[in-house]
Design a binder for this molecule. Structure first.
Ligand SMILES: Nc1nc2c(ncn2[C@@H]2O[C@H](COP(=O)(O)OP(=O)(O)OP(=O)(O)O)[C@@H](O)[C@H]2O)c(=O)[nH]1
Ligand SMILES: [Mg+2]
Length: 324
């Protein structure tokens, strides 16, 4: 397939168009992924998550530079699950990342949720495949860590970095709500700020409470302080420590044969997403198109039926083999 060859050659325009089409849910674009899939699995995927404004993009920008210095090619995927509210942030990222725009070793894209059905995790998985086949050594996925969907997105990664900043009381609460379990490395960002030692103690206390089984083959997530991004010397030093910790984590995965379980975690999700895409979405779209959704909502509001009865009826009509 010509398109696959162009992507393998690192063609930015072809890759960008394909990512956009996948994001829009174009069925035709999926056929390219079918051809690409067997070629994937070479890149090291790094997930970065944390609350809005935690300095993730600034950190990613620094990481890109560090990896480029080591002669690694980099793909960056900025994911914005709440685009109507933070669309501006992605614009800011674009401007910031422009200093890498001239570098053919760097490919930056952003993804946003389209349509009510979501599918963002699927689009992220596909975009990672594309960057992988383009030959990017490192793929960095940035997402705002707030809900389950973000946790799913981050599960596409080999290494997950959770970015926290001092002075936000609810930080630890937020990580307890699911992000904590997936962190391989904690970053205390803007560490020049007041409260960074307290935050460090809180993370340590939280890790102390975790059962030993929470740490895969004994990897207790290290906590890295990243100094003020506006003080280049300290920031560069912090980034050096962070990149070497990322490398150590990857070595740990390899040494303890854990890459396989990460790949499995990602594969389970991908399969679920694909089934959702190929079964649930067409059914929901059909129901919307023929007006049934509206009719069902009316029925529910008027208490003429209940969600389970209606859903079972839909399943009976569309999924005959389920024997409901
Ligand atoms: N004081 C200080 N400000 C920083 C630091 N790093 C980033 N910032 C600022 O914090 C703001 C948010 O930074 P971003 O890197 O866009 O943060 P983000 O987490 O990517 O934000 P979203 O993608 O919108 O969630 C920007 O105004 C940055 O200039 C830092 O180390 N110290
Ligand atoms: Mg950002």
């Amino acid at each position: 397939m010509e398109r696959v060859k162009r992507i393998q050659a690192g063609d930015v325009r072809t890759a960008s168009r394909l990512i956009r089409n996948l994001e829009d849910g174009m069925v035709e674009a999926r056929s390219t992924i079918k051809h690409i899939f067997p070629l994937t699995g070479k890149a090291n995927v790094l997930g970065i998550t944390g609350s809005p404004g935690a300095g993730k993009s600034t950190l990613v920008d620094g990481l890109v530079e560090s990896f480029r210095k080591k002669d690694k090619t980099v793909g960056v995927l900025a994911v914005d699950p709440t685009s109507p509210f933070t669309g501006g942030a992605i614009l800011g990222d674009r401007i910031r990342m422009q200093r890498h725009a001239e570098d053919p070793g760097v490919f930056v894209r952003s993804l946003a949720t389209r349509g009510a059905l979501g599918g963002l995790s699927r689009a992220v998985g596909d975009a990672i495949h594309i960057m992988d086949v383009m030959g990017k050594d490192m793929i960095i996925v940035e997402t705002v860590g707030t809900g389950q969907q973000e946790v799913d997105i981050i599960n596409h990664s080999h290494t997950v970095i959770v970015v926290l900043i001092p002075g936000m009381g609810d930080e630890i609460q937020a990580i307890k709500a699911g992000i904590m379990e997936i962190a391989d490395i904690f970053v205390i960002n803007k560490a020049d700020r007041e409260g960074s030692s307290k935050l460090r103690r809180e993370i340590m206390a939280m890790l102390d409470m975790a059962p030993p089984t929470a740490f895969a083959a004994g990897w207790r997530p290290p906590i890295i302080r990243v100094e003020n991004a506006f003080e280049p010397e300290g920031f560069a030093k912090s980034l050096e420590e962070l990149t070497s910790t990322i490398e150590k984590h990857y070595e740990h995965l390899v040494k303890h044969d854990l890459i396989g379980s990460r790949v499995r975690r990602k594969t389970v999700m991908e399969l679920n997403e694909a089934i959702r895409t190929c079964i649930l979405e067409p059914v929901l779209n059909r129901l919307i198109a023929n007006g049934e959704t509206e009719a069902m909502i009316e029925k529910l509001i008027n208490k003429e039926s209940d969600p389970y009865t209606l859903a079972e009826d839909v399943a009976r009509r569309y999924l005959k083999d389920l024997n409901l």
